[in-house]
Ligand binder design. Structure first.
Ligand code: NAD
Length: 411
């Protein structure tokens, strides 16, 4: 039954939200200076993003801008029931419960879709794709979707290619103020923080294998190396593999990297990066963790099938016994930083959610064509300038002579 798990958890949720709000100056400055101009007043906005304290700040900021917000989580494992309770206490409609099975998760999302959502902030296209599957009729009501992450943008483009994207969408993930900070700095730091907190092991001197050297993988590799880890990168894109080499990492094929890896972290955004044929190559005691959007990068069901026994080793760590070897899987292969800990750092989500808030404001204003749109450059600049201002940093601007030189071929 859609709704929340336990309203009595509201005081704890309020504490978490208050803490996050203190570290989100950019979103709140943009709320005062841009978002409260009336464009969002009375608009029904659905926020379907990992439902923890930072997301709650986004929800409350949109509401302060006049929107009528309904919220759900983008992964039941990352939903924090206390935060849901605090939002409900403040009058927000929420359909999210921690740890529910897939059918109940879908029911929660469909409850959001059926509640009259016209603008959607989505993560992994979890709501948008379910609407296509279960309630395509509700697409008529959509004035726009703003998508948070790499995997979701790929899904929106796939919908577009099939002619199903009948409304404007914005690839918020592709905004410079999102993917250049959230994916490498935020996810890099917090993937390592979560992995170390969940296991209580030392990073220094450990052999890390990072699978996928995109924006996230790059950050994860840098964070692991920064803590003294020895990093091998596995990539299928030759240019990115070469970048990893130039960045100073060992680059190898998966089959060459796995036998010596103490820790394997996936960040491909695709499925089965570690699949059944890789299990024989895993070293005894290896830690497997995932930083990508969904829970399918490590084929945990296939691992369970061949395991002699599965043991709860620690909170959020399961050990799969394979003959004489132990394979430890963190958070059942869900994104380790969000499902295993508190997700990306607050200041990073201040930038990412500023992108989302301005993106939904832009969509609400109308004028964007159907299909996947870029996040406007001037809004990216506005967010970066606002962030710099909160840091007390003012920028120089090119003078008239420099501007003339830039636009001329004669001088
Ligand atoms: N955990 C978080 O907080 C968080 C934050 C941002 C993004 N994400 C998610 O992380 C994932 C990666 O995001 P990104 O921005 O780095 O994407 P990206 O597309 O920039 O990078 C993915 C990389 O993986 C490589 N790859 C694909 N399949 C591979 C395979 N089998 N073996 C080796 N390499 C392979 C690709 O060539 C690419 O370079 C996505 O699912 C994204 O949604 C998670």
């Amino acid at each position: 039954m859609p709704g929340i798990a336990d309203p009595t958890l509201a005081p704890e949720g309020r504490r978490r939200i208050d803490w996050a709000r203190q570290h989100m100056p950019v979103l709140h400055r943009l709320l005062e200076e841009r978002l409260q101009d009336g464009v969002l007043r009375g608009r029904r906005v659905a926020v379907v993003v990992h439902l923890e304290a930072k997301t709650a700040c986004l929800v409350l900021a949109l509401r302060a801008a006049g929107a009528d917000v309904v919220a759900a989580g983008s992964n039941p494992r990352s939903t924090q029931d206390a935060v849901c309770a605090a939002l409900v206490e403040q009058g927000v409609e929420v359909h999210a419960r921690h740890g529910v099975p897939p059918d109940e998760f879908t029911a929660d999302l469909l409850a959001v879709a059926e509640s009259g959502a016209e603008l959607v902030i989505d993560d992994g296209a979890e709501l948008t794709r379910r609407m296509a599957q279960h309630r395509p009729d509700l697409y008529d009501r959509l004035a726009g979707v703003s998508e948070e992450t790499t995997t979701g943008v790929a899904r929106l483009r796939a919908l577009e290619q099939e002619g199903l994207l009948t409304f404007p969408a914005i690839a918020a993930n592709d905004a410079r103020c999102k993917h250049m900070f959230d994916n490498p700095y935020g996810t890099g730091q917090t993937t390592l923080t979560a992995l170390l907190a969940l296991t209580n092991v030392l990073a220094a001197g450990r052999e890390f294998c990072v699978v996928g050297y995109g924006w996230v993988g790059k950050g994860v590799a840098r964070a692991a190396a920064g803590l003294g880890g020895r990093v091998t990168v596995v990539e299928v894109d030759p240019v990115r593999a070469l970048t990893a080499h130039m960045d100073g990492f060992r680059v190898a094929a998966l089959a060459d990297a796995l036998p010596s890896a103490d820790v394997v972290i996936t960040a491909t955004g695709l499925t089965k990066a570690i699949s059944a044929d890789a299990f024989d190559l895993l070293k005894d005691g290896v830690l497997l963790a995932n930083a990508g959007h969904h829970d399918r990068e490590i084929d945990v069901p296939a691992l369970a099938e061949i395991a002699d026994e599965i043991v709860d080793a620690r909170a959020n760590v399961k050990t799969y016994l394979l003959g004489g070897r132990r394979v430890h899987v963190l958070v059942d292969g869900a994104l380790v930083n969000i499902a295993g800990l508190d997700g990306n750092p607050i200041e990073i989500m201040d930038l990412s959610f500023s992108v989302q808030a301005l993106s939904i404001h832009h969509l609400a204003a109308g004028g964007a064509p159907a299909g996947v749109n870029r996040f406007p450059d001037e809004l990216d600049d506005l967010i970066a300038r606002t962030k710099l201002r909160t840091l007390g940093i003012e920028l120089d601007r090119p003078n008239a002579e420099q501007l003339a030189f830039r636009s001329s071929w004669t001088v």
